[in-house]
Design a protein around this ligand. Structure first.
Ligand code: ATP
Ligand code: MG
Length: 502
């Protein structure tokens, strides 16, 4: 009960009540309250119209006409009321006029917004029975009377843990196809199951997802991945119901695809299990996405069949696929790039007999200090997702130790004790590509032996290098870059072949 007795909510309720309007808490907050969970946000529905709501709350919580407490931007009948609450879930409370479902010619937005006269009408346009309940906000002497309005037996479904469309499921999914994903998202988030008819309708109309904006799909998908149990069952369900091929078809290719003798799961199942682990560790969206997508390059790189098949280079192909997927889903640039990086690098070698300090420095150089922890988390998810028992085996700990040791060694041109200007001054050359080549070669040598990173030593080496032909230098520099990136991958592949890692 205290969960509902928020000062801000009671105040908003009483403003509406005093002006003669009805006011109800509605949707997710009612569902969460009945599940004894802390609501994530608060929605109030009322028979007041947007203009009336704006008028009533313009001066709410000490606001003034110059800076009113209300925001009305989306034109869908929702007025945001700023409460000045310290609690982030209560900062803006959404107050929405009773609405009816409009006609959806584009299957995503009602063509026009139509207001409803009654609460029941408003509830009937909502997606699922557990989201179509309201709680009356009758504020009697600051105490809340709990009167649940539940015309579609949402409480019963809540008790039985069922996601069921309100009314005719086929019609409801045709009105707004995002509901296809929302069904799976709530299933996963609440650990419910989807009612049979609703599920049949999802399967039948899965293709309508094509009409939905990528941003809305991304938001639902992210919410699903961020559910406490991580949405692994949701990803499986999306696959089963034919939704996944409209969201991440690239993952679908791994369904049923067997791997070699080092794996017990198919490519798809392994990816999903990696996500599952990442979620159970409560890792962030970056790690969850990277874990889910870490082997997305395998279907394209599979060679051979049966216990000896290989997936050489799948991480490099995977990087490209990840860029494509996340770009298509309009994820923010930084998240896209980091996910791609983690997927590309997830195969790093951590065998103490193989990894040298120079190898560890090259890893730090390629991945960046700030991303190492994330990379280890993805690798951990990869290991657990493949059915191997220990997440951080001795060998991985050993690499961490190694990395800590070399963490402050020079790994980038910026960390060299000489700069481009030093080169120009010391050997009197003009600005140009030659300087870049020299720096690349120096870095390569310093990565192998950080003791060389002393100004006098480097200057001596610069004098040698400057004597060389530009072409020769360019070749050396190219090789240096390669060994920091691709060549490293090739070497690692060779090592893996030899030891038959994966
Ligand atoms: P969350 O806890 O994730 O916020 P929620 O149930 O509050 O879950 P919202 O997306 O915030 O979900 O939507 C609030 C309410 O609005 C829902 O509970 C539901 O009643 C209604 N609703 C939202 N989106 C749709 C939709 N696409 N179709 C029908 N009703 C919807
Ligand atoms: Mg909500």
């Amino acid at each position: 009960m205290e969960k509902l007795e928020k000062k801000e909510i009671l105040e908003i309720g009483s403003v509406l009540e005093k002006a003669g309007f009805e006011a109800y808490l509605v949707g997710g907050c009612v569902r969460d309250f009945l599940l004894d969970k802390e609501p994530k946000d608060w929605d109030i529905t009322t028979n007041a119209k947007p203009e009336e709501i704006q008028k009533l709350f313009a001066a709410f919580a000490g606001a003034t006409a110059a800076e009113p407490a209300t925001v009305y931007e989306n034109q869908f009948g929702t007025v945001g009321v700023k409460t000045r609450s310290e609690d982030p879930t209560l900062k803006i409370v959404e107050v929405t006029s009773y609405r009816l479902e409009g006609k959806y010619t584009d299957k995503r937005h009602p063509d026009e917004i139509k207001f409803a006269k009654t609460l029941e009408e408003d509830l009937s346009r909502r997606d699922f029975t557990v989201n179509a309940m309201a709680l009356e906000l009758k504020v009697k002497s600051e105490k809340l009377k709990v009167n649940v309005v539940d015309p579609f037996d949402g409480q019963e479904d809540l008790k039985n843990k069922i996601i069921r469309a309100v009314g005719n499921p086929e019609e409801r999914f045709q009105e707004d196809a995002l509901r296809l994903m929302r069904a799976v998202r709530f299933m996963s988030q609440l650990e419910f199951r989807i009612e049979e008819k609703t599920e049949v309708a999802i399967k039948k109309h899965a293709g309508l997802l094509e009409f939905i904006s990528k941003e809305r799909i991304r938001d639902e998908f992210s919410k699903m991945l961020m559910a406490p149990q991580g949405g692994a069952d949701g990803v499986r369900k999306m696959q089963e119901l034919g939704l996944l091929k409209y969201v991440i078809p690239e993952l679908e290719e791994g369904v049923g695809m067997g791997q070699n003798k080092h794996h017990i799961y198919t490519v798809f199942e392994h990816n999903v299990r990696a996500l599952d682990y990442a979620a159970k560790q409560n890792y962030d969206l970056l790690i969850r996405l990277s874990s889910l997508l870490h082997d997305v390059g395998k279907p394209a790189t599979k060679r051979g069949e049966g216990p000896d098949c290989t997936f050489y280079g799948h991480q490099v192909v995977g990087e490209r696929i990840v860029l494509k997927i996340l770009d298509r889903l309009r994820f923010p640039r930084e998240l896209i790039e980091k996910t791609a990086l983690l997927v590309r690098e997830h195969m790093f070698v951590y065998d103490p007999e193989i990894v040298t300090d120079a190898g560890a420095r090259r890893l730090v150089r390629r991945v960046g200090k700030e991303n190492l922890e994330a990379l280890f988390q993805v690798r951990e998810a990869d290991r657990i997702g493949s059915g191997v028992a220990k997440a951080v085996p001795y060998r991985l700990r050993h690499l961490k130790f190694r990395i800590e040791k070399v963490m402050n060694d020079p790994v980038s041109v910026k960390m060299l004790k000489v700069s481009g200007e030093d080169i120009m001054r010391e050997v009197g050359i003009e600005p140009g590509p030659k300087i870049g080549y020299i720096l690349a070669v120096l870095l390569e040598e310093v990565l192998d032996d950080p003791a060389l990173n002393v100004k006098e030593t480097l200057v001596a080496r610069i004098k040698d290098l400057a004597q060389m032909e530009v072409q020769k230098l360019e070749e050396m520099a190219k090789f240096a870059k390669k060994s920091a990136n691709e060549a490293q991958t090739i070497i690692e592949e060779e090592i893996k072949k030899k030891y038959f890692v994966k």
